[in-house]
Design a protein around this ligand. Structure first.
Ligand SMILES: NC(=O)c1ccc[n+]([C@@H]2O[C@H](COP(=O)([O-])OP(=O)(O)OC[C@H]3O[C@@H](n4cnc5c(N)ncnc54)[C@H](OP(=O)(O)O)[C@@H]3O)[C@@H](O)[C@H]2O)c1
Length: 178
């Protein structure tokens, strides 16, 4: 097993690779909101300062760590961190098994080089421009689950929940020989 918490990015991503047009999550997809709430309930979260400010008021039993370069920033809930390793250290000291990176683009970009899992909602819609999800090398990741949902009266776009594990992490999690 890993000696630090697993590092998981959780994001909703358009078919052309964006997470936002610039302000807020651009889709109203109740089933994705419930999926996000369910997975992150009670968990340690790493959130970029911009997204944190959009989400203030949302945190309940979560442990938010806010990524910022501003040493004077004091979040109303949770605590500020200046790097992903610092966030992992604090989460580990708090007993976390997993740290969920909840965006935005800056936080995902900082975390993806050390990420173990990607929990992605693939939204069947193009945004054409906006705030990107970082590019990643598909060969390094194994898709371990995928659930598809068609568009319906409350979901204007089809979507899929997919989980990917970094191949080296999959070996560690399953105990397969290296
Ligand atoms: N679709 C989705 O799943 C999803 C999820 C979350 C967010 N979003 C969207 O993403 C957008 C925000 O993304 P964003 O990239 O602009 O902002 P962000 O990642 O939420 O926050 C950016 C801030 O985080 C801090 N930061 C970033 N990288 C850092 C690093 N390496 N070290 C230390 N601090 C660092 C800096 O804070 P300081 O300026 O304080 O130094 C930076 O200004 C919003 O539109 C939001 O709605 C979408």
């Amino acid at each position: 097993m890993s000696s630090r918490p697993l590092l998981t990015l959780i994001a909703a991503v358009s078919a052309d690779g964006f997470i936002s047009t610039g302000k807020g999550v651009p889709w109203h997809l109740p089933c994705d909101q419930e999926h996000f709430r369910h997975i992150t309930r009670g968990q340690w979260l790493l959130i970029g300062r911009t997204t944190y400010e959009e989400m203030v008021g949302w945190f309940q039993d979560h442990h938010p760590l806010v990524l910022t370069r501003d040493n004077s920033f004091k979040p109303a809930v949770g605590q500020a961190v200046s790097s992903v390793p610092e966030a992992l250290r604090i989460a580990a000291e708090g007993g976390a098994q997993e740290l969920f990176v909840c965006g935005g683009s800056g936080a995902y970009a900082a975390a993806i080089p050390s990420a173990d899992r990607l929990v992605l909602t693939h939204v069947a819609s193009n945004l054409y421009k906006g705030v990107p999800f970082p590019t990643f090398e598909p060969a390094e990741w194994e898709r371990v689950s995928r659930q598809d949902f068609p568009a319906d009266l409350t979901h204007p776009h089809a979507l899929a929940f997919a989980t990917y594990e970094r191949r080296s992490t999959t070996k560690k999690l399953t105990g397969s020989p290296l």
